[in-house]
Design a protein around this ligand. Structure first.
Ligand code: ZN
Length: 241
């Protein structure tokens, strides 16, 4: 049996599926992976600063103008559209218990129609005024100046995206742990599992089958591991519901 058929069989026989996704899920949609070689190169030559620093809480407050230039250039792509992976998972959720835990902040799973989405690093689609706590959409942010200020009170608007030095949303994390510990199939896709808290989270999985879909091989230990080293969208484009 080829690997795609094996994956199809695992999905067909699963009752509760957790899809754990990283940047590689969105690259086929045109979202830049700034941690990739090209992304880092571009970043370094332009901003001369490691991304961990640029995407930190301290940098946001001390260099707000540069933060937003970087954020608007590297983190927002209004032309991005859901790819075959997003679309398949949205359809699958109509017939099975599917939870998506994503490290991505692009909102493409929801755009494809998925409802059970846990965004552990937040979303570019949610933004709020640090002073009056008014909420703003991505469209609102795009209409405002580089450093967006609240039209109501003039306060600084901050994306609801978890920056380095910031705590992850504990409610979202707890729900992710609950879903992982009750799932019977875990699909890990487009992530090297190197970004906190990815590697620790997947250890909560108690089910029997793990599938890894990632261009590069991952060091995941499991008795029943199916590993497919192909682009994520390409793999899901070959599956049926
Ligand atoms: Zn305000």
């Amino acid at each position: 049996m080829n690997k795609i058929d094996e994956l199809q069989k695992l999905i067909d026989s699963a009752n509760r599926i957790v899809f754990f996704g990283g940047a590689g899920v969105s690259t086929e949609s045109g979202i830049k992976d700034f941690r990739s070689k090209d992304g880092l190169y571009q970043l370094h030559s332009k901003y001369g600063c490691p991304y961990e620093q640029m995407l930190s809480h301290t940098y946001f407050f001390e260099n707000t103008d540069t933060f937003y230039k970087f954020y608007r250039e590297m983190m927002i792509n209004t032309n991005a559209k859901p790819n075959d992976a997003h679309k398949y998972l949205a359809k699958l959720e109509k017939s099975k218990n599917v939870t998506i835990i994503t490290q991505n902040i692009d909102g493409l799973h929801q755009e494809a129609g998925s409802i059970n989405v846990l965004e552990i690093h937040g979303s570019i689609h949610r933004n709020s005024c640090l002073d009056c706590h008014e909420h703003f959409s991505l469209e609102d942010i795009l209409k405002l100046d580089n450093v967006p200020r609240c039209p109501k009170c003039g306060g600084l608007i901050k994306p609801d995206v978890t920056l380095y030095e910031e705590q992850l949303d504990i409610g979202v994390l707890n729900e992710a742990i609950y879903q992982l510990s009750h799932a019977d199939l875990l699909i890990i896709a487009g992530t090297s599992l190197s970004v906190y808290p990815a590697s620790g989270l997947v250890n909560y999985f108690r089910g029997s089958n793990i599938v890894v879909i990632n261009k590069e091989p991952l060091n995941v230990r499991s008795n029943n591991l199916l590993e497919i080293n192909e682009p994520v969208g390409k793999v899901f484009g070959q599956l049926h519901i």
